[in-house]
Design a protein around this ligand. Structure first.
Ligand code: CAO
Length: 443
């Protein structure tokens, strides 16, 4: 039996066909599982398609300009003994089902992660099985493939300053090289001149330190999710003018309702969580303040008529943000069940790309762990994110005496390009009023 296997394009989320813009391997190359084989691009995002297995490239079935879709064969790999042994594990890591004919014909590549799914601090990103190179949204950013972006990052080149010579003005690796050569030759297109114009970040290079001079160290590669979410967090932190509004909600009654509901529903197996109440309250606040349920698109604000709420989930491989769709149409029990199912899927690395897309607003709840307040990073292209810290009992003066109040700290980070400080304070205060008296959500 031949041990040559076709490696296919996995589930690529909402995209039907995408164009191959780069072939990253050649015949005879030894590739490792998860190594990128090609870069594809839709009109919204570019992403790299990784190999599901290790092996040697026997043939390449695509070329630049080809249109591919889920199931298209990218390369044939001659599988090594080690990779063949690893095949079952790789197969179980794939969350998205493929047609059985395809599934039996070939090992499936891990799913790519469309850029829209990745933004956390929130971001989030891919499932643990989302074994992709950093996908890059082209919205508002210079048009370049992930590998060109990586190349530019390594050289410290701001792609915003590079002129693209590829189709649709896409920046190619050669464009970056030409730019660097020009900069080295002192032609002034690089950081030197932009500094004088006030553009670019003009950052110092990352400190290069030989840590072993100071003590013993162990090198540990960053997980794939950390690499993906790191790039997104970095972009969001640098590109969005964040401001965080902190407030405190009186959840004394809500917590006692939650405990009562959980006692009553002990046998149902569904635990009513604070997160479910928060999702419901956030939907009500988004309805009252529609500019929070929007995204910037060029010089337009895209106001959304739907309410998909993302929540940050801490997983062994890093942070991901599953999205609950149509949260406005769901009750507390359904939201509790769905968020707990999605959080489990996230921890098991089984979230499909579609389950991390389309979010309008995110919640990052660290309350089960601790903290008083923090600054959550906005999950672009969303405009705001709610950070939730640990509730605590505080004495509150009612005019006559101090009484105990269970208090939930809420940290709302917002994009100040769109949202004014007063609007954010109103949004957060409204949220607090809903949590203090949850009957208001029904109004
Ligand atoms: N204050 C005090 N206690 C809280 C709380 C809060 N705000 N929120 C939850 N808790 C308690 C719950 O009551 C529960 O206690 P018991 O086990 O005694 O019942 C416990 O914490 C677990 O709560 P939960 O089951 O409701 O889960 P959760 O809402 O805390 O967490 C999830 C769900 C998915 C949000 C969480 O697992 C997670 O991943 N959080 C991390 C998110 C994150 O990393 N954000 C950072 C992003 S920015 O870098």
């Amino acid at each position: 039996m031949s041990n040559t296997a076709p490696i296919q394009v996995p589930d690529i989320g909402d995209f039907d066909t995408v164009e191959v813009i780069e072939v990253l391997v050649k015949v005879g190359d030894a590739v490792k599982a998860e190594q990128s084989l090609i870069t594809v691009e839709s009109d919204k995002a570019s992403m790299e398609i990784p190999s599901s297995h290790s092996g040697v490239v026997k043939s390449i079935n695509v070329k630049v300009g080809d249109k591919v879709k889920q199931g298209s064969v990218v390369v044939h790999l001659e599988l090594g003994a080690a990779s063949a042994a690893a095949a079952p594990a790789a197969a179980t890591a794939v969350p998205t089902p493929v047609p059985s004919a395809v599934a039996t014909a070939a090992p499936e590549a891990p799913p790519p992660v469309p850029a829209a799914a990745l933004s956390l601090p929130t971001a989030i990103p891919a499932s643990a099985a989302g074994k992709l190179e950093v996908p890059v949204s082209t919205g508002g950013l210079p048009h370049a493939s992930p590998s060109v972006r990586k190349f530019a990052r390594e050289l410290g080149v701001d792609l915003g300053l590079v002129k693209g010579s590829g189709p649709k003005s896409r920046i190619t690796q050669e464009d970056v090289q030409v730019f660097v050569k020009a900069a080295l030759a002192g032609k002034g297109t690089a950081t030197g001149s932009s500094a004088s114009l006030g553009g670019g970040l003009e950052l110092l290079p990352w400190p290069k330190v030989d840590f072993t001079k100071f003590g013993a160290v162990t090198a540990q590669p960053l997980s794939r999710i950390k690499k993906i979410s790191g790039a997104n967090l970095h972009r969001n932190w640098v590109m969005i003018p964040h401001v965080t509004n902190n407030d405190e909600a009186n959840i004394t009654e809500l917590e006692s309702l939650r405990i009562t509901l959980n006692k009553e529903n002990e046998k149902s197996g569904v635990k009513v969580t604070m997160l479910a109440f928060l999702i419901k309250a956030c939907v009500a606040a988004l309805k009252k303040f529609p500019e929070f349920n929007a995204s910037i698109d060029g010089d337009q604000l895209m106001l959304k008529q739907y309410y998909h709420i993302g929540f940050a989930a801490d997983t062994p491989n890093g942070l991901v943000v599953p999205v609950i769709r149509d949260a406005d149409k769901k009750g507390i029990i359904e939201l509790a069940q769905e968020s707990s199912d999605l959080a489990k899927k996230a921890r098991d690395g089984k979230l499909a790309p579609a389950e991390m897309q389309g979010g309008c607003f995110s919640i990052s709840s660290l309350g089960g762990i601790g903290g008083t307040h923090f600054t959550p990073i906005i999950n672009a292209p969303e405009l705001a994110i709610l950070g939730v810290s640990r509730s605590f009992m505080k004495p509150v003066w009612d005019g006559k005496q101090f009484g105990p109040q269970l208090t939930l700290p809420l940290s709302l980070s917002y994009d100040h390009r769109v949202i004014d400080g007063a609007a954010a304070a109103r949004f957060n205060a409204y949220l607090c009023s809903l949590l203090a008296d949850f009957r208001r959500v029904a109004l």
